[in-house]
Design a protein around this ligand. Structure first.
Ligand SMILES: Cc1ncc(COP(=O)(O)O)c(C=O)c1O
Length: 359
């Protein structure tokens, strides 16, 4: 079996680039290239660079939402292939894995990652098996099947699905593509952090992210560190906010208790925000340090609040978002009411997937 986590602590491995060396392209050079996930291919893991095969992921629109609030923007990740931001991570990770000769993959998924892995699996003509919790909506099971992947439905949560994917990997040698168990899905997701600078011409004051396994959150913080190493930005950072559903909020709990890691959440119920039903995450320490380093915070929202946020995004901004996107809007309301988000601050929320997939 290929070892793709730290051999000493079992934690995630992160890709590092030598920003000291000469020859990095300037921001202007990068911006002059065609938009998309591999626009800044020098910070991507593939040998193919700008020629890395793609389904058209990345370069999603950053939409102003003045009907909701004057300084609010929505990064609409629903406009990725397979209708979710999971395409970004799979585009990078599967490209690299295939370059290295891997042909068989397994992963746990609350739905969107499985669909994305299966789509790239179809493009590369490799085998994908997805382990999904029984509560996963039927559309998110039909999607990977349509791409020819095998779907195994598991009793329990994504943690149980993760155990089965890991066992499968250990028993058969298929590569485990679970979140942060390999180092390159995060390289894809971090491009959301680069794109915020490219979209706005500066970084926003606040970024609100619906947090499950945390790859996007950790990835964006990594992107900003890389951008500082490149001299593109200074030490300023958006204040990063992790949003979770109150019925499964291990990161929110750990953050407010001052802990450096999160205890697994026992017995999460069910929510419409499937991507937030993650009782324990391998990236917990990285998420918590990212929140603290950026002077950020963590917020839990109720089911009613996140559904109401979803409805308002549709009615007031024309974005029929996922409940995870609605959760972000609900969190902004809380933070504005408490004064944590100050009037006039630019706030970006993420709509991480297309609502139609959940219908
Ligand atoms: C729609 C949606 N939003 C948010 C998340 C959580 O993303 P992350 O694992 O990067 O925290 C997921 C993960 O499954 C998801 O599917």
């Amino acid at each position: 079996m290929v070892q793709t986590v730290c051999v000493e602590c079992g934690g995630p491995l992160l890709a590092r680039y030598d920003f000291e060396r000469e020859g990095w392209p300037s921001l202007d050079v990068v911006l002059a290239r065609p938009a998309g996930q591999f626009r800044f291919h020098e910070v991507q893991p593939t040998d193919a660079g700008a020629k890395t095969p793609t389904l058209g992921e990345g370069a999603t629109p950053l939409l102003a939402a003045p009907g909701v609030s004057p300084n609010l923007y929505v990064k609409d990740e629903a406009q990725n292939p397979t209708g979710s931001f999971k395409a970004r991570g799979m585009a990078s990770a599967m490209a690299r894995a295939v370059e290295l000769g891997l042909t068989r993959f397994a992963l746990p998924s609350n739905g969107n990652a499985g669909g994305a892995a299966a789509a790239y699996g179809a493009m590369y003509e490799v085998e994908v098996e997805v382990f999904v919790p029984r509560a996963t909506p039927s559309g998110l099971i039909a999607e990977p099947e349509a791409y020819g992947a095998k779907v195994t439905v598991v009793d329990g949560t994504i943690a149980d699905a993760g155990r089965l994917a890991a066992e499968k990997s250990a028993d058969t040698g298929v590569f485990n593509m679970a979140t942060l168990r390999e180092p390159f899905r995060i390289e894809g997701k971090k491009m959301m952090g680069y794109e915020l600078l490219w979209d706005l011409g500066r970084l926003p004051e606040v970024v609100v992210y619906p947090t499950g396994g945390g790859t996007g959150l950790v990835g964006m913080v990594k992107a900003w560190d890389e951008m500082e190493a490149l001299g593109w930005i200074g030490s300023e950072r958006p204040r990063m906010v992790a949003v979770q559903w109150e019925g499964c909020a291990p990161i929110v709990k750990a953050f407010h208790e001052g802990a450096d890691h999160a205890e697994p959440w026992v017995d999460p119920g069910t929510t419409a925000a499937y991507g937030l039903r993650v009782p324990s995450a391998l990236g917990d320490r990285l998420m918590l340090s990212g929140l603290r380093e950026t002077d950020g915070t963590a917020v839990e929202v109720s089911e009613k609040e996140l559904l109401d946020g979803t409805r308002r995004l549709a009615e007031l901004a024309g974005i029929w978002g996922t409940p995870e996107g609605g959760a972000c809007l609900a969190a902004v309301d809380q933070l504005a009411a408490s004064g944590w988000v100050r009037p006039g601050e630019t706030v970006v929320i993420f709509n991480t997937a297309a609502a139609g997939k959940y219908a």
